[in-house]
Structure formats: C-alpha cells, structure tokens
Design a protein around this ligand. Structure first.
Ligand SMILES: CSCCC(=O)C(=O)COP(=O)(O)O
Ligand SMILES: [Mg+2]
Length: 232
C-alpha cells in the first residue's frame, strides 16, 4: 500500500526510553519547585498550575501543586498540564547544554532519507509540541526540526484513542490509509489502525528486554530499527 506520509512517536521509537526516564524526568522533578516559585505568576504557566489545582479539589498552595506534579512524574502520567510544564523546564536544560536529546542513529538517518525523498514527516508524542521541537532541535544528531512538516501532542487526544488519529489525519489532509504510524506501544498502534492508518511496531531491544512476538505484536508489522521500515 502507498505511503504518502509518516507519523512517528518519540519515546521508545526515535529515542530511548531511558533518556526520557533517567535524564529528562529527573531534571524536571528537581527543577519544578524553583520553576514554579520563579514563573508561577506568568499566565502561560499559571493556567496549567490552576488546571492541576482544579483537578485536585481546588488546592491553593503552589507547594501542594508541585507535590502532585512530582507524583505524576514518578507515575509517568501523560497529563497535558504536566507535559506543558515539563517542556518549559526542559527549555532551560537544552539552552544551558545540560543535555542533548537522544536519538537512535538509525532513526536520524531514516528521517533524513525519507525527508530527502520527499515524504512528509510528522510527530505525535505525549510530550508537548514545544517540548518536541526542543527535543529534535537539540538532538544528538543536531537540529532535525526542519525535517518535520507538523507536530501533534495530547491536545489532539490521548495516544490510545482512535479519535486522536482521526483528528491528526484530518489535520494532515491525506487519506488515513496512506499514513504510516511508528510506535513502540501496541495500544497506540491499535488505536491508529482502528482509525485506518498503516502501522509498524518499533521494538527496540535496548528498551524492551524481551522482543515482542506472536500475540504480543497484535498483528502489527514488527521491526527493531528504522532501517527495516519499508516505505515502498
Ligand atoms: C518530547 S518530550 C519527552 C518525552 C515525553 O515527555 C513523553 O511523555 C514521551 O512520550 P511518547 O508519547 O513520545 O512515547
Ligand atoms: Mg513511545
């Protein structure tokens, strides 16, 4: 079947889970108290803190909001408010060169090759769109932002819901069946398939101790690196 565009996940797909869990999340957890104290009154920050407070019974102390957010980081909650705030915090880390974002060399190469071949590339991640731009703007392989034609986060809906992929398909403006979605999470691939997209499971051996096979792949094509993704 024709592939006219590629939509990719980040964590566990283009990039290692351990970079996100062991570098980005602890950085945000540590920096949160100081970040909220320094910037909590800015409208663009306050709106997300207020959203967290409202969801937790209207708590009014920022210290309590910080504790809730740190708990969500520990649980790896993919909450839009947390993701927006994390993105703002990571901006400091990237700017001061505390880290660069991990990208598998095979992913960087394939993304460059597909872009050069004229295939439009899109990102769909639980990380906020500003966080995605920072991530690919400061990757181990340099600034890759110009490779992408569009960016989507959970403002489009949750990654395990078919409607989110329908929203993205409408935004991209191509037939669902011509868009290939790449992810390490089978439930995300299931939702994308339900919306009519083509799917490939990226099964990184560095991230997943046991290769997924048989029923565990839910029938999605499985590869271990981007080099094995066929776009013809
Ligand atoms: C691009 S921001 C860092 C990743 C992140 O916060 C995250 O939750 C990644 O989730 P994904 O949907 O890319 O698996
Ligand atoms: Mg992922």
């Amino acid at each position: 079947m024709t592939i006219s565009a590629i939509l990719t996940d980040i964590e566990g797909t283009t990039s290692s889970i351990s970079f996100v869990k062991d570098v980005l999340f602890p950085y945000a957890r540590r920096a949160l108290p100081r970040f909220v104290a320094a910037r909590g009154k800015e409208p663009g920050v306050r709106k997300w803190l207020d959203a967290v407070a409202t969801e937790n019974g209207g708590m009014c102390q920022d210290e309590m909001i910080v504790e809730v957010l740190q708990g969500w980081i520990d649980e790896d909650r993919k909450h839009t408010a947390l993701k927006a705030l994390q993105g703002m915090i990571w901006a400091d880390g990237y700017r001061s060169a505390d880290f660069t974002a991990h990208i598998y060399p095979d992913a960087a190469k394939a993304l460059r090759d597909w872009h050069a071949a004229g295939l439009p590339l899109y990102v769909y991640s639980s990380g906020s769109v500003p966080a995605q731009r920072l991530f690919f703007g400061h990757s181990d392989a340099g600034d890759l932002t110009t490779l992408f034609s569009g960016w989507y986060d959970t403002e489009m809906g949750g990654k395990r819901e078919a409607q989110s992929y329908r929203n993205i398909v409408e935004s991209i403006g191509l037939p669902a069946g011509e868009i290939l979605f790449l992810s390490d999470v089978v439930e995300e691939l299931d939702a994308a398939r339900e919306a009519g997209l083509q799917t490939v499971l990226i099964d990184r051996l560095e991230d997943y101790a046991t290769p997924r096979s048989g029923d565990a792949t839910h029938g999605h094509t499985r590869v271990e690196t981007f080099a094995d993704v066929s776009v013809r």
